[in-house]
Design a protein around this ligand. Sequence first.
Ligand SMILES: NC(=O)c1ccc[n+]([C@@H]2O[C@H](COP(=O)([O-])OP(=O)(O)OC[C@H]3O[C@@H](n4cnc5c(N)ncnc54)[C@H](OP(=O)(O)O)[C@@H]3O)[C@@H](O)[C@H]2O)c1
Length: 324
Amino acid sequence: MPKAISIHQTGGPEVLTWEEVQLSAPAADEVQIRQTVCGLNYIDIYGRTGLYPVGDLPAILGMEAVGIVEAVGTNVDAFKPGDRVAYPMQLGAYTEARNIDANVLVPVPEAIDDATAAAMMLKGLTAHYLLFRTYPVKAGDTILMYAAAGGVGLILCQWARHLGVSVIGCVGSEEKAELARANGCEHIIMYRDENIPERVRDITAGKGVAAAYDSIGQATFMDSLDSLRPFGVLATYGNASGPVEAFSPAILAPKGSLYVTRPTLATHISTRELLMEGAQRLFDVVSAGQVKIHVNQTFELADCANAHRALESRQTSGCTVLTV
Ligand SMILES: NC(=O)c1ccc[n+]([C@@H]2O[C@H](COP(=O)([O-])OP(=O)(O)OC[C@H]3O[C@@H](n4cnc5c(N)ncnc54)[C@H](OP(=O)(O)O)[C@@H]3O)[C@@H](O)[C@H]2O)c1
């Protein structure tokens, strides 16, 4: 029987339990994978604390991994045993082995190693949809982003820079500022101390930014709105500081006829076509070296609780992976 990280109740990192789980043969449309590396994502914390539902308990947490196909169901011809595959945004990833719908799997190019693949799928596809679909950036735009030295952050700022965008990155420490600068952030805001809209106005000669990609949520929502140019777009896509509180859409008019959207990767990979379009663009920029995947922390899957502690306490930079 494989071992997995499950929760029997929601709560702090101590609820993460390393235990044996059942694994049957794959169903007709499924593939069975022996996993090698799992990605760690902030959404795993929302699942653990109960902010996002994870279905009936006990539940296996985790949303992305890479591994080797061991067996395929009778309807599956896209994959065969021995193939190396990865997937994003599929609950139940913190495990040594699992069955999963073949449609959500992406073949991993040979040049991309397992740790990189596990680190980049969920975060890289998020950066992709934010830059190409939520507010499609244009060369010459200036954008504002948060946790610029984080997992999604370091990918987002490199990719935006590659597309000719000027990036203002908010970071929580000098060390993170250095990392963000080295990865495409032209301007840095130390948002624990500095006033974000004031700094944005200074940097943009009073104009404001075309888009703000906000993963912090509650603590920064109003600052993001106040940093936009007229008709600017706020993509509030995460809640690291807590969920955004209810607000009246009427406030968007005097601030410049603004747009607010609350996107999720789930919608942006909800069909095979959408998933593969994003994956192809992501593999292309990573393979070409235009976006580097920084795997800055590695834990064993069984030691997942300490990985959660590090991510939650803002001690990590770049991506974190969990080796199986
Ligand atoms: N909607 C979607 O489709 C989607 C998909 C993927 C990720 N996300 C969101 O994107 C964000 C980034 O995810 P990630 O996995 O790459 O994590 P991450 O950015 O590597 O880690 C979170 C970072 O948020 C910053 N932060 C600010 N206030 C915080 C607080 N009160 N508590 C903890 N951290 C705080 C910290 O950076 P500083 O020290 O620099 O402040 C911290 O390092 C998360 O909010 C996640 O939910 C959304």
